[in-house]
Design a protein around this ligand. Structure first.
Ligand SMILES: C[S@@+](CC[C@H](N)C(=O)[O-])C[C@H]1O[C@@H](n2cnc3c(N)ncnc32)[C@H](O)[C@@H]1O
Ligand code: SF4
Length: 410
């Protein structure tokens, strides 16, 4: 699992330097349990035999209440939530009633904006019709299903527990329950051909979800798959294969009426994930649960990773924050660019050049103009959008987003 950044010590009472709530507010709820650990997965999650008493799924909703109450106090009531996202791990490893319980307490403490987007991730084998109906009745509006692939051999390489046939059933149940639907796909798995990938895309489209995310497989050294690659049991991912599959995704999804709105995300019109947008627009959010990250007005903090350590802190009336960093204006501007450039709406061409309310200097403007013109010339920024004062990635730019970010900051 990736290590947390260093940061500086966070106060034990969880207090923050700036609790003005003048930006939209979101909540992320991390559920750190899975039935099995997929070989490629680097997220902060545990199987039940890795955790003993004090960190069981059955007690998790009650433990979370401690952190929700703490956040309510620290933020002096905060403000109504615009988006809430339950992610994992496998949130649907908990009973539907537990998810409803957590949601109810979030509403009690912060309230919800009218039309709040309330999503959960779901592994296909963990939910049925009844489960999804209960979520809808509890106030959930959206479910994001971990399909990953429609090909059995790819699912097997990824250690997934579901069959391809299960996913359309889950999408039907979710839609019938009145939930908005999203599918997660992974491309670039060892052994996946271009035709396998086309097949996964066309199966996903045939279910007509409102939203589709497609991620290039990342192989991290600390995972089972990372070890298999190191020992030569599996081949590493191939950047050319990943790029070709990204281009196929764009072609097939756009033909089917899905538009990209972020490098890895496509949706039908009006179905962009508002929670994702809150991250990319660098709004405020509180991340609840072990290892969860939060961002409130330029202060980033993150919780201790292990579920038992996290629960112990809360039991002792201490903040579970492991550390925090308070970003300088320069760092905040860098982050705004790093996140915002990934969006189809792009950024103003002067983004990050001056602090709030200041005008950029002539020298900085000239330097930025030279860079953006070069990036457009190299086919990474859209020249027509640039002519209208916006930096928006082209298809090639989406494949090389990190290069664009580096160029803009050099
Ligand atoms: C952390 S998972 C949690 C959702 C759920 N447990 C599942 O697996 O379906 C969220 C999504 O991240 C993506 N993901 C996880 N690990 C990945 C990796 N190493 N490379 C690319 N995508 C990954 C998968 O598409 C997955 O659906
Ligand atoms: S089910 Fe999801 S969160 Fe759990 S190990 Fe697999 S990819 Fe990771």
């Amino acid at each position: 699992m990736p290590e947390l950044p260093d940061g500086v010590e966070a106060p034990v009472d969880g207090s923050l330097p700036d609790i003005s709530m003048n930006k939209p507010f979101s909540a992320y709820v991390h559920v750190p349990f899975c039935q099995v650990r997929c070989g490629y997965c680097d997220f902060n999650t545990y199987t039940s035999h890795e955790l003993g008493p004090g960190a069981t799924p059955g007690e998790y909703d009650n433990q979370l209440l401690g952190e929700i109450a703490l956040a309510g106090q620290v933020l002096d009531g905060g403000r109504p939530l615009e988006t809430i996202f339950f992610g994992g791990g496998t949130p649907t490893y908990l009973r539907a009633g537990q998810l409803a319980h957590i949601l109810g307490v979030l509403e009690l403490v912060f309230g919800f904006e009218d039309g709040a987007e309330i999503s959960t991730e779901a592994n296909p084998e963990t939910v049925d019709e009844e489960y999804l109906k209960t979520l809808k009745e509890a106030g959930f509006t959206r479910v994001s299903v971990g399909m990953q692939s429609a090909t059995s051999h790819v699912l097997a390489t990824l250690d997934r527990l579901h069959t391809p046939e299960r996913v359309p059933m889950v999408i039907d149940w979710a839609r019938n329950a009145g939930l908005s639907t999203s599918l997660d796909l992974i491309y670039g798995t060892p052994g996946e051909s271009l035709d396998d990938w086309r097949h996964s895309l066309s199966e996903a489209i045939s279910m007509s979800p409102d939203h589709i995310s497609a991620y290039g497989l990342g192989i991290e050294p600390g995972t089972k798959m990372g070890q298999q690659v190191k020992r030569g049991i599996l081949p590493d991912t191939d950047p050319d294969d990943l790029a070709a599959k990204y281009e196929i995704a764009e072609e097939v999804l756009s033909e089917a009426g899905y538009s990209w709105y972020e490098v890895s995300n496509w949706s039908k019109p009006g179905h962009e994930a508002r929670h994702n947008m809150a991250y990319w627009r660098n709004n405020n959010w509180w991340g609840f649960g072990p290892g969860a990250h939060s961002h409130i007005n330029g202060t980033r903090f993150w919780n201790v990773k292990h579920p038992r350590a996290w629960a112990e802190r809360l039991k002792n009336d201490q903040s579970p924050a492991a550390a925090r960093e308070i970003l300088s204006l320069q760092e905040r501007a860098e982050e705004d660019i790093m996140l915002g450039i990934r969006l189809a709406e792009g950024l103003p061409d002067t983004a990050g050049l001056a602090g709030p309310g200041e005008a950029p200097g002539r020298a900085e403007l000239a330097k930025r103009r030279h860079k953006t013109m070069t990036l457009a010339h190299d086919g990474l920024l859209d020249p027509r959008r640039l002519a209208n004062g916006r930096m928006v990635l082209t298809l090639k730019g989406r494949l090389l987003a990190d290069t664009v970010i580096r160029e803009l900051w050099d």
